[in-house]
Ligand binder design. Sequence first.
Ligand code: SF4
Ligand code: SF4
Length: 265
Amino acid sequence: MDETITLGLDDIFPFDCRKALDCFNQCCRDINLFLTPYDIMRLKRNLSLSSREFLDRYTTAIYMEEIGHPLVVMKMMGDEKYCPFSSPDGCRVYPDRPWSCRAFPLEPCVGKAGDGRPLTPMYSVVKRPFCLGFNEKNPPSHPFSKGEMWGFPGENNSLTVRAWLVRQGTAVYEKMNDLWSQVTLSERFPAGGLDKKGIQMFFLASYSLDEFSVLASGQGFLETYSLKNEDIRPILRDETSLYAFACRWLRVALLGEEIPLIAEG
Ligand code: SF4
Ligand code: SF4
């Protein structure tokens, strides 16, 4: 059975993961791998696909009533239900692997402050029975006591949660996910969930950036938001800027926030 423990950023995280372990790749099969908009942007770029091609080939969209907006999940493949990017040598999209693959076996504890921003980061460590990255040889009475280290044969066993996340390169993902959280965790987000038109707007701007780019370059869009071609052109040229712009557009067009559509600076 899975065991879950909550940790802060400076708590010691006694864990190691390497190819030599018998469980190698077991964490890449039969999982609910939810993809954030930034994950999708990185993955489709890695694979030289359009957003739509990536979504159609590798994902399923689902609508969860309790969240009120669509989510995108990676399709697992074959009888063994492996992630499509899993290989005997490991992850085929490793430099652009999704946020949750980087953080595993940590998961963020989701919450929001009054202004819609996420709370101080806290993480759950989920000890899955198949994962040998935890030392099972000398389990202490409480392996995750603050500041306590316990004997692990690997070299990474004294990392804090913060150091683990640095090693996994999660900072840019968290920064980008935070922009999206300003939509999904906003107090303005409809309590009963999005309506049909809202779902279409949300899906387009969140998950299908290429199609959003076509919309944002149209004359009708420019006129609606009193934008000039020279305002939008640099945004359309840079995918990260487009991502940030799409999040801002959702705050304006979907949530009715009165903010400039183009952020200063
Ligand atoms: S994207 Fe890579 S790391 Fe993530 S589940 Fe798939 S193969 Fe594993
Ligand atoms: S140690 Fe855990 S995270 Fe690493 S390969 Fe094994 S199952 Fe996956």
